[in-house]
Design a protein around this ligand. Structure first.
Ligand code: ADP
Ligand code: MG
Ligand code: ZN
Length: 612
């Protein structure tokens, strides 16, 4: 215990002593005299005086008999006496017989002393409790500080982050310009009578820079940034989350113009209906209600903008999305090639790059990577460069880093030769089918190095450009590539293995969506059979619509199967036609473990110049 703590202990001990003394004085000077103001007499004396006729007036309360007697003249009420009654059934008769005035009374004047008698001894206890908890609270996350929002700790942080620190979010930052203009000068908007949305919801996959973007918005507008994460609200005590929300808004309003940012809002804002089906969570619901009422409770031009982020907009409670709440949504998607290049540039600013390192090429091969993935790759590459004592981060470092991020860290794992051979043919099958089809993304790299994620090998394709739209034919070719591994196994070993499970899953998924979402079959026509978007788990395509007849459902299954089978057949045919190329690729793979696009082109080209 350090000096300061001891001082605080002493301080509260003194407080306690003072409190006890005050309580005692109160008892001695106020409470007791109030009860004993009238002198107490035995019941027998009361009866004697009653008989003697000296009593003027009697008051009957629940636990006392109060009387005055012996008045000597006008205006003199005489002395008051106080009797503890005994159980005397004849009392009323006696009183009536003696002819005194008597009245019952609700023991109101004894209620106060009773109350005080209880409260005063409790007071020191309350004080002990209070100080005890306060001391516990000094640790930081004490019981007394629970209600205070964690946002307080950053006291409306000035983030200092600018849009220049966020890459590939041109559209989103364009949409946020208005908010920034508003925060810089709320009065101008008020003068013109323009109402800005109170809430802006940033929507996008994890790691795309939503949090970063919110901070940059605050940084650009140069206003305080209050941030709290939805998961912070899920506390141990009911009511705490709601108190936090109240507190957060209070602080923010005092610091307006400013931004309140609620990260991972789905943690509290999940649809009440959805959750109710599984388990009710009062705490979350209370927090959500508090948030809604706070949002409704302030004027649009007060200068507080509430931003929130989620990667699961479909689970949010509709109440959150109503006008006056989070009625503006800003999409923060995965970066395009150009965006990826910008992000790579931002994150390599403090990194020494080798002269051969080509960020544009890295951006090209990392389609589907988020900003966070790219930041991760840059860091991994730098670490690898340090380990291999390169003077700058080289392209090889980046290639390896990408591989690690894609497939998990490489692990040395020795496979039995026959298993390796099978894997080589399987991956070779994928690669060759991809290579032979005209509308398929070119193969970037094929590997039979087992990954820590459990894959025995992988084939990496490199999209020529970011794909937004796929034709039916492209989908069919994709499925053929996915089934190429299994087809190769069938062709060479005349049986199949468990290695194709994931390929089948992906191919089936595509086929199913072709039937139920894209209307790509003759038999079922251009009708949507899938359940409405967003109804499935995490926005993934869910099941079928509820109102589908069993016959249609059977037809959907049949069609899906037909599509997958036909893709499998065309993969098999291609491989059968180019069996020598398949053998060559598999041999090279077994020898070198990894082959790249040029090597594949070379192998296939040398075998049949016409195909290259
Ligand atoms: P989200 O909130 O969307 O999950 P974050 O903003 O938390 O993503 O991003 C995590 C990290 O990834 C950031 O701190 C940043 O280093 C990096 N990052 C993500 N997106 C970008 C981007 N668009 N530009 C620059 N860096 C990014
Ligand atoms: Mg985030
Ligand atoms: Zn496969």
């Amino acid at each position: 215990m350090d000096k300061q703590q001891r001082k605080k202990m002493q301080f509260s001990a003194i407080y306690l002593v003072i409190a006890l003394m005050v309580a005692w004085l109160f008892q001695a000077l106020v409470f007791r005299p109030m009860v004993i103001r009238q002198s107490e007499v035995p019941y027998s004396q009361f009866l004697a005086e009653l008989e003697a006729g000296t009593i003027d007036r009697v008051q009957l309360t629940q636990d006392r008999i109060l009387y005055t007697c012996c008045s000597e003249g006008e205006g003199d009420d005489g002395k008051a006496y106080n009797v503890v009654p005994v159980d005397d059934p004849d009392l009323i008769e006696r009183l009536a017989a003696s002819g005194v005035t008597f009245a019952g009374e609700i023991s109101s004047n004894s209620a106060l002393p009773m109350l005080l008698g209880w409260v005063i001894p409790l007071l020191p206890l309350a004080l002990v409790w209070y100080f005890g908890l306060r001391r516990m609270g000094q640790g930081g996350a004490g019981v007394m500080s629970i209600g205070k929002s964690r946002a307080k700790e950053i006291q409306g942080e000035r983030t200092g982050i600018k849009f220049a620190d966020v890459g590939g979010v041109d559209e989103a930052s364009f949409e946020l310009q208005e908010i920034i203009a508003f925060l810089k000068d709320p009065k101008r908007f008020a003068r013109l009578g323009a109402k800005l949305p109170k809430g802006v919801l940033l929507v996008g996959p994890p790691g795309t820079g939503k949090t970063l973007l919110a901070k940059a918005t605050a940084g650009e507008a140069d206003v305080p940034f209050f941030s709290i994460s939805g998961s912070d609200f899920v506390e141990m005590f009911v009511g705490v989350g709601a108190a936090r929300v109240r507190d957060l808004f209070e602080q923010a309003k005092a610091k307006a113009p400013c931004i309140i940012f609620i990260d991972e809002i789905d943690a509290i804002g999940q649809s009440r209906a959805t959750v109710g089906a599984i388990a009710t969570n009062d705490e979350r619901e209370q927090t959500l209600n508090q948030l809604l009422s706070e949002m409704d409770g302030f004027e649009p031009n007060q200068g507080v903008v509430i931003m929130a982020a989620t990667n699961r907009p479909e689970v949010l409670d509709q109440a959150l999305l109503r006008p006056g709440r989070f009625d503006r949504q800003v999409q923060v998607g995965l970066p395009t090639e150009q965006g990826r290049l910008e992000i790579l540039k931002i994150h390599t600013q403090g990194v020494t790059l080798d002269s051969d390192t080509d960020l544009a090429r890295i951006a090209k091969v990392t389609a589907g990577f988020s900003g966070a993935d790219l930041a991760n790759i840059v860091n991994e590459a730098a670490l690898l460069a340090v380990r291999s004592e390169h003077t700058g981060v080289m392209m090889d470092d980046f290639d390896l880093a990408i591989e690690r991020v894609v497939a998990g860290l490489q692990r040395k794992m020795r496979l039995k030769p026959e298993v390796r051979r099978r894997v080589a043919y399987h991956e070779g099958g994928h690669a060759l089918v991809a290579y032979l089809q005209p509308d398929t993304d070119p193969v970037h790299k094929v590997s039979i190095v087992p990954t820590s994620k459990g894959a025995l090998g992988y084939t990496m394709q490199m999209p020529d450009e970011d794909t937004y739209l796929l034709s039916k034919r492209e989908l069919e070719e994709r499925m053929a590539v996915m089934l190429g591994g299994r087809a190769a196994e069938l062709l060479v070993f005349e049986d199949t293995s468990t290695g194709a499970a994931n390929d089948l899953e992906r191919a089936t998924e595509i086929a199913r969506r072709m039937v139920t979402e894209f209307g790509m079959t003759e038999a079922l026509g251009p009708v949507r059979y899938a359940s409405p978007a967003g109804m499935g788990y995490l926005g993934q395509p869910g099941g079928l619509r509820q109102d589908i007849s069993p016959d249609t459902a059977r037809l959907i299954d049949q069609e899906t199967r037909t599509i997958v089978e036909s893709a499998g057949r065309s993969a098999f045919q291609l491989l059968k036609q180019h069996r020598d190329a398949l053998d060559a690729i598999a041999d090279t793979l077994q020898e070198h473990e990894v082959i790249n696009a040029e090597q594949i082109a070379h192998i296939v080209g040398s075998l049949m110049p016409s195909a290259a």
